[in-house]
Design a protein around this ligand. Structure first.
Ligand SMILES: [Zn+2]
Ligand SMILES: [Zn+2]
Length: 338
């Protein structure tokens, strides 16, 4: 992939770096794009000082496992008596694959030593920091710090809160760590409609009914988010699959033809469709990447990213998230292999 824009020597070097990273990400890891992957944060309903961080491609199922509704697969630490039921208070989602979700999970669990947070910026430096390291303010601050790291920043990750008290604690931002404005610009930090608040319960005297009530509401919130996301994927994929089955078509940026019904792999480059239902824009991934990177460079010369975060559809101007385009592109490729 070659970028036509030429500026100073310094920018040319950065372009070269982009080229390299892009080829690694798209060509080698494309097949690895997961439909859904999140890192979740559990809080014990009864013991509000007990937390658990994990990752999963299917958070509603994982939550059921943690709460013991399913026999197999529950993580050991959540089986300690007294901590069940667990409430999934939030998750960070949009990880391109399991490996990256695990990296985030590990960094979040080991905020005192992770390479994703500069040593001088670490809130806690030692493993045995007592209660400070188990504090919810600290765990939420780590999310801010990790999301700000350039590695995670390009991924269009989102944070979804299922508990409005926790969302307020996040907004309170006790450690004063500003979240990169791109998250707000892209609307990536959200609280579910009808999110739970435990303020109406007497947490010291929770009845069995309260526990199952809270647990059930939480389960419904998590399932709703997950199911809607999968449903949206399915609708889009049906639309895209139908279009590639039409056979010969053209990249709308370079006019090269592609054909997903062909046996010839050379005729099946990775392609990206506009996610706007009413728009029929389609192009090769490489052409769109080039376009977006050039736009980002023009936009904000100082803060160059290695992969575009996204850009506007060249036809309908809908804002498109790069990782989402990549996800569908890899799913379409999978369909063509079957
Ligand atoms: Zn093209
Ligand atoms: Zn469009």
């Amino acid at each position: 992939m070659k970028l036509e824009v030429e500026k100073t020597n310094c920018t040319r070097l950065r372009y070269a770096a982009k080229e390299h990273i892009f080829s690694v990400n798209v060509n080698r890891e494309m097949g690895d794009f997961a439909q859904f992957y999140c890192c979740y944060f559990l809080q014990s309903v009864e013991h509000r000082q007990s937390f658990y961080i994990g990752s999963s491609p299917n958070p509603p199922r994982r939550l059921r496992q943690h709460n013991g509704d399913l026999v197999k697969g529950g993580a050991y630490r959540t089986k300690r008596s007294g901590t069940r039921p667990w409430e999934m208070i939030l998750f960070v989602y949009g990880f391109p694959n399991k490996i990256i979700a695990l990296q985030f999970e590990h960094a979040w669990q080991h905020g005192y030593k992770t390479r994703f947070i500069k040593e001088e910026a670490r809130i806690i430096n030692k493993k045995n920091s007592g209660s400070a390291g188990r504090n919810i303010h600290y765990k939420l601050a780590l999310i801010r710090q990790l999301l700000n790291h350039p590695f995670f920043k390009v991924m269009n990750l989102g944070v979804q809160f299922f508990n409005s008290d926790v969302a307020s604690t996040f907004d309170q931002n006790k450690f004063g760590i500003a979240l990169d404005p791109c998250y707000e610009n892209w609307g990536k930090v959200k609280t579910s409609e009808n999110a739970l608040s435990l303020s109406k319960y007497d947490l010291k005297r929770l009845t069995v009914d309260d526990l199952s009530d809270i647990s059930e509401q939480n389960r419904a919130l998590v399932s709703h988010f997950y199911d809607s996301s999968i449903k949206l994927d399915e609708e889009r994929m049906n639309r895209y699959t139908e279009r590639v089955m039409d056979g010969l078509s053209k990249c709308k940026l370079c006019y090269k033809t592609y054909d997903y019904t062909s046996e010839d792999e050379d005729l099946k480059p990775h392609i990206a469709f506009c996610t706007n239902e009413g728009c029929d824009f389609v192009s090769e991934v490489s052409c769109l990447c080039r376009r977006f990177i050039v736009e980002e460079i023009d936009d904000r010369d100082k803060d160059l990213t290695l992969i575009p975060r996204g850009g506007r559809c060249p036809e309908c101007r809908t804002e498109l998230e790069w990782t989402i385009l990549m996800k569908y592109s890899s799913m379409i490729k999978d369909v063509s292999r079957k």
